[in-house]
Design a protein around this ligand. Structure first.
Ligand code: SAM
Length: 226
């Protein structure tokens, strides 16, 4: 039996009906997964998508910032867990990705919910002055240390920073020698994780989900010395 609000015929085949959450592998998300696979666009893995949904259900964010839109897959996924009236800002520097993301977001009927900000994230972040409940960092790994201070400036106390790809094919938490071609990124990512773990305003846990996800909870004032 089709759940109320999940009848594809009533939502133009997108699978996005009212505020019903769309799961990976369903409706428009399935089509986007196929597009991404055909065109070598990196999007979150299914298990990471499932984790994002669970985290979103817990945080119930009204404002989400994403760094790294690609074709808008994770932004559309995350729109399903927004609090009523919530909004997503997502940053992307590749023009072709920006236009594809606009196309999918429009088809999903989410043009009023998801704002794609075109530009280099380090520049865009420096100009943004908003507060977010949840931030999803999923862009060039080498720049995570540059993005981090700006993200922490805009993440509300009690908010959640999610960083994807921190274990880099499992190499980051594996002991033993690392092939020379991976050494820089592995060392950078180890240093980034150390920065998260040593930040007194954060509680961080790294999960071996997908390519590795770091969850960093930003403490409330009253939790700072506990
Ligand atoms: N979050 C997307 C999803 O799961 O659907 C996937 C994002 S993909 C892994 C990373 C994207 O970040 C690419 O489209 C890339 O062009 C973009 N990107 C990488 N570095 C960036 C930067 N410094 N500023 C803006 N966009 C960046």
């Amino acid at each position: 039996m089709t759940e109320p609000g999940r009848d594809n015929r009533s939502c133009g085949g997108t699978g996005i009906c009212g505020r019903k959450i769309l799961k990976p592998g369903e409706g428009l998300l399935k089509e986007m997964e196929q597009y991404a696979a055909r065109n070598y666009v990196p999007i979150v893995k299914h298990e990471t998508a499932e984790l994002l949904i669970v985290l979103g259900r817990l945080v119930k964010p009204a404002r989400i910032l994403e760094i790294g839109t690609a074709i808008g897959y994770s932004a559309i996924l995350l729109s399903g867990i927004l609090a009523p009236g919530g909004r997503i800002d997502t940053i992307e520097r590749d023009e072709d990705m920006v236009s594809k993301a606009h196309e999918y977001i429009k088809r999903a009927g989410l043009a009023d919910t998801i704002a794609v900000i075109a530009g280099e994230a380090s520049e865009v972040l420096a100009c943004l002055d908003k507060t977010y409940d949840m931030i999803f960092m999923d862009a060039a790994k080498g720049q995570y240390p540059v993005f981090l201070p700006e993200c922490l400036r805009m993440l509300r106390n009690g908010g959640l920073l999610i960083t994807d790809n921190v274990l880099y094919m499992g190499l980051v938490d594996r002991e033993g020698p690392v092939a020379r071609k991976h050494r820089t990124i592995v060392n950078n990512m180890r240093s980034y994780i150390d920065t998260l773990r040593n930040d007194p305003s954060l509680d961080t846990s790294v999960l071996p989900v997908g390519d590795g996800v770091a969850l960093s909870y930003k403490r409330m004032e009253t939790e700072m010395d506990r």
